[in-house]
Design a protein around this ligand. Sequence first.
Ligand code: SAM
Length: 251
Amino acid sequence: MMPTSDSGQHSGWADYPGEVWDERKPIGWLYDWPFWAECATNYANKLPILELACGNGRITRQLALAGYTVVAVDINPHFLSRATAQIRTLPDDMGIRVEFYLQDMVHLKLGRQFALALMADWAFPALLNQADQLSFLRRLADHLIPNGYFVFDTIFPGVRELGLTPGIEGECLEWSGTGRTFNPISQIETLISGGQVMQYRHTSLSEIRLLAEMTGFEVAECFGGTDRRPLRGMPGDDLTVVLRKKIKRYD
Ligand SMILES: C[S@@+](CC[C@H](N)C(=O)[O-])C[C@H]1O[C@@H](n2cnc3c(N)ncnc32)[C@H](O)[C@@H]1O
């Protein structure tokens, strides 16, 4: 049986219905593809690319179509079967090379190394505590060559998400009318989506820097979104982070 972390059990992603996700992020939703294409050109070093939390395979498919070999991982079997089906629709003579693995990224185990790992579209918040974030980054570092890159796009926690708005009754703040709550102690937002209770942990850039430092990475670049806008902390900004694995690892 697949080893599943605390985050894997409680984020709500493992059972998220595939058809609902396909509606929310259709395979043709490719606003961010130019950014990932550029990462592949700059960092993949002609080696296979590791795609973490690949979802329904919308970026996997683009990478494969661009001629890259892709090793793609996700915790959700419904998403993976849709991603696999998408790849099967591509003509045999295109020489498509993709492998899919049902794994919890906190326990990532592929037994090989990559020059580039990427994780598109807000999968990092599915890591619900620092122990799982650290475990994930340590496992990932083992799967990257020295100076290898990990690029990901995640939520930029605004003032409200960081819990700086005073609560009236205790620690859980309800955002009026949205049904979403935020716990400023655990930094976890809870909401209902696709009939699932979903949990997202909001992590600041300074926490990410520290986690990176603790797991043998350095922040090479940081943007306010996959359109490469400067990160200014404006409403609508994401955290788009390029980490580079340092040659020497510090545990
Ligand atoms: C917001 S979706 C992004 C999907 C895809 N990367 C994309 O850009 O369309 C988050 C993805 O993270 C996956 N995920 C969440 N927790 C995970 C875990 N612990 N290990 C592996 N995948 C996970 C979910 O199943 C889901 O596919």
